[in-house]
Design a protein around this ligand. Structure first.
Ligand code: FMN
Length: 292
């Protein structure tokens, strides 16, 4: 159970440790760390970031320290924190997801797993897993069998009907669903006549994707009986409240943290003010309030 609904989105808040000196991160509902793979990864070719109208493209390619270093170096720090840390895991095969879950089982400082079946920036695995309901369910079932931790399935928007995947992963044992990961996109340098990103394509995030993410939360809510965590372009408290009214029980703040590292806390405080102003007994009163 979280103390409040505001989390940081994977890949936009490091391991939390990078931000602990900037503000009281212990006040947040949860921290979701950068995707973790079995082996350390260097990530994709540079450039890996491009600014776009109302957002950004990234093609980081899951650069991370690997699960062994995460357990040795990060988990002992997290174990002393009040804020729960959820580890985002990414595999290239279903077996790799299961091995990651096994490795993270029983480690102090880890409060849950977010299963990333939605990364658009890797050659093997990534959003291929999240694009097919059966494969997505296969990943979640394998992780479920390997862990006693709560599991969040993180879904991709790069698909015709996100609801089918949402229903499949819920049946396979996901305790919650987070949506959305980035939308696949690209940009071109017209003088070099070349794609701007080294990886050619990347994932679009930030305010530009908010209406799409909101629509997807609205679409999935009511179709599944597990909590939905809304994510995509949330920059202000009113953005977050829109997601809650669309049916999300919690939200994640991503790209907004790059502009203002304290954005997650400002959003949390803004939600609390809204609850007071609207004289709500609790935030749960407005979950799904705008659903028709
Ligand atoms: C630089 C960057 C790195 C990201 N890395 C990950 C990742 O490792 N795992 C993951 O599940 N999502 C990752 N994401 C996606 C975000 O967690 C989030 O789903 C997406 O950016 C949409 O939210 P936003 O518009 O608030 O940023 C990344 C996003 C960005 C911008």
């Amino acid at each position: 159970m979280l103390t409040n609904p505001v989390m940081t989105a994977s890949g936009t808040f490091g391991y939390g440790t990078e931000y602990s000196h900037l503000f009281d991160i212990q006040k947040l509902g949860a921290i979701i760390c950068k995707a973790t793979t079995l082996e350390p990864r260097e990530g994709n070719e540079q450039p890996r970031i491009a600014e776009t109208a109302g957002g950004m493209l990234n093609s980081i390619g899951l650069q991370n320290i690997g699960v062994k270093a995460l357990i040795a170096e990060k988990a002992p720090i997290w174990a002393g924190w009040r804020v729960p840390v959820i580890v985002n895991i990414a595999g290239q095969t279903i077996g790799e997801y299961a091995r990651l879950a096994e490795a993270l089982e029983g480690i102090d400082g880890i409060g849950g797993l977010e299963v990333n079946i939605s990364c658009p920036n890797v050659k093997a695995g990534g959003d291929e897993f999240g694009a097919d309901p059966k494969t997505a369910a296969g990943v979640i079932a394998a992780v479920k069998a390997a862990t006693s931790l709560p599991i969040i399935a993180k879904l991709t928007p790069n698909i015709t009907d996100i609801t089918k995947v949402a229903i499949a992963v819920t049946k396979a044992g996901a305790d919650a669903i987070s949506l959305i990961n980035t939308l696949k996109g690209m940009a071109i340098d017209i003088y070099k006549r070349q794609p701007l990103l080294g990886n050619v394509t990347g994932g679009l995030s930030g305010p530009a994707i908010k209406p799409v993410a909101l629509y997807m939360v609205h679409k999935v809510a009511g179709q599944v009986d597990v909590p939905i965590i809304g994510c995509g372009g949330i920059t202000t408290a009113s953005d977050a409240i829109e997601f809650i009214m669309a049916g999300a029980s919690a939200i994640q703040v991503g790209t907004a943290s790059f502009k203002n590292p304290q954005a997650p806390l400002a959003i949390l405080e803004g939600i609390e003010q809204f609850v007071k102003k609207e004289k709500l007994k609790s935030l749960s009163e407005i979950i799904g309030a705008a659903r028709r």
